[in-house]
Every structure is written in C-alpha cells, then in structure tokens.
Design a binder for this molecule. Structure first.
Ligand code: ZN
Length: 301
C-alpha cells in the first residue's frame, strides 16, 4: 500500500496542480527517507515543474532543464506504506508527520506526509533516474497480452511471488494481486509454469480490468491512503478476497481463507481457486477408486 491505482490517482491529482509551477523553497522535517536531503534543499528551489507521471509505484515530478545543464532532473517519490503527497494552500495547518514542504509560486504547497517513513524521495539526475527506474518491470496496465504472458510462461516460481516482483511487473502489491488471482480463479501458490494458456489469458484480463476499475474508483483506502486532495478512494468496497478471511466468497459462497505466500498474507477462495496440492490429491483419489473398484464388486450385496 499504496499500489498502482493509488499512485496513479495521486499522479492525476498532482497533474492538475503542479505543471507550470515553480518551486520557491523547500522545508524539511525528518529526512531518513530522502536520498540526499541537502541536495533537495539547495538544488530544488528555482526549478519549474513541467509534468507529473507514474512509473510503477513511483511518482515522477519532471523538472525543466536548467540553462547549461545537459539533461533535466526529476523528483522521484515512492510512497512506501503510508506516504501521502498532497497539495493545498501554504497557510493551512500541516498534518502530523508531514516531513517535506515544497512552497510553490502560486501560494500553494506540495507536502509529503508519512507516518512510518518507509517511502523514498530522491532528486535524480538522468543517470540516477535510470538506476532507480530502469530495473522496474512491465507496467501491467499498459502491457499487451503477449508481453504479459511471456513474463510468466515457464517460470518456476509461485504466481503470487511473480506478480509481486517489481522487476517482473511494476506496480502490483498485495491487494491487487489477491483480487486478480481470485477473479482469474488461480490459487496464489500455483507455480507459473503450471498455468495453462487459458489461465494466463484469464489472469491478464483480470489484472488489467481490476487495475483500471480501481483507478476509476480512485484506489483503495484500507489504511492511510488519500489522493492528492486528501480524499479517500472507494475501491475497498469492491474487494472480493483481500482481508475477507472467514467471509463468504461472492462467487460460490465458500469461506475465504488466508495463507502465507511469498512471505505475504494471501487471501483466496478454496473452491474457486483450487490449491496445487489439492489438484494432485483429487487425481490420486480417482486412481485409488479405479484400483479398489473390482474388490468392492466381489463383496456380497
Ligand atoms: Zn469461491
């Protein structure tokens, strides 16, 4: 948390307020999540913001190339677990745990608030931007079906672990991974190589549909997430498995369960998403029945 839909929502909000604005001054509180706080304070004032976009779960604030500079820099912000990036009037009181204040030339302020400070902020040159963003995988919203399936086909890892791996796909976290696997009726512990082509195609559609729907509803507010205006998202009302253990599956009525996969809590429906071991056991039981059948027939009626 926040994941792709939440970061996309924040980016869309910031895009309404930031492009064209000049950063007048920078004020910092706690700085342990900032790569080089001194550089942020000294180099950022005077920079004009040209755009805001999303790369995986990073917010990328593009800055105008300065005279004499070979390439433009950008401000990269990762919201971590509880980061919030909001804009508002500079004279409004700051929320607790607000650690960065960017004063803008129109009297507004861009603020970064983060209770747990697992986020990251870095003023990045072209080279550093490449080092941070370069290793990130395919964007699951923009990916075509062929590229998406190609990343998973034949991989000897659990499907949930691959979906969470930011080098494979960038932007997915625990919520949207679990929701997508439920919609595609795939157990989180399945090995990717065991997925049939029809299952890969179903997963591709599920991931894209769920992420787009979540963006439309401005993300899921399960803990601290708010958009750039400080408002909560609505997609948490549509969650089908995430944090619903012990409650009924919307599709079949079985009770949702929780298991640990890839070190993370994973929610799934034991009936809609058959476990890999369960699939083998069913096959074995069928074989045993075939062997036992003649013996039973000899018994007196
Ligand atoms: Zn079910």
């Amino acid at each position: 948390m926040p994941e792709l839909p939440e970061v996309e929502t924040v980016v869309r909000g910031l895009r309404e307020a930031l492009p064209g604005r000049c950063i007048v001054s920078v004020r910092l509180g706690k700085t342990d999540f900032i790569d080089d706080p001194a550089a942020l304070e000294s180099d950022l004032p005077g920079n004009r913001i040209t755009g805001v976009r999303r790369h995986g779960k990073f917010v990328v604030v593009e800055l105008e190339a300065r005279a004499g500079a070979a390439a433009s820099a950008c401000l990269l912000v990762h919201l971590g677990m509880t980061g919030q990036l909001t804009t508002g009037r500079a004279d409004t009181p700051a929320a607790p745990h607000t650690h960065v204040f960017f004063a803008l030339d129109d009297g507004q302020e861009l603020r970064y608030t983060d209770i747990r400070r697992f986020g990251r902020m870095v003023l990045a040159s072209e080279g550093l931007r490449e080092r941070v963003l370069g290793p990130l995988g395919l964007d699951p919203v923009e990916a075509g079906e062929r590229d998406f399936c190609e990343r998973l086909r034949g991989r000897r890892a659990r499907i949930k672990a691959l979906l969470l791996d930011q080098r494979v796909f960038s932007g997915m976290g625990n919520i949207y991974t679990d929701e997508s696997l439920w919609r595609a009726r795939i157990h989180p512990k399945r090995i990717a190589a065991s997925l049939k082509e029809a299952e890969l195609a179903r997963l591709y559609r599920a991931v894209g549909d769920i992420l787009r729907e979540a963006i439309r509803l401005r993300g899921s507010s399960v803990s601290d997430y708010v958009d750039a205006k400080g408002e909560r998202g609505e997609y948490q009302m549509r969650h089908r498995v995430y944090q619903r253990n012990g409650r009924k599956c919307h599709r079949c009525g079985a009770l949702i369960r929780r298991v640990i996969v890839a070190g993370r809590s994973s929610y799934f429906c034991p009936r809609c998403q058959p476990a890999p071991r369960g699939r083998k056991r069913v096959r074995r039981q069928r074989q045993l029945k075939i062997k036992k059948a003649p013996a039973r027939m000899k018994k007196p009626a």
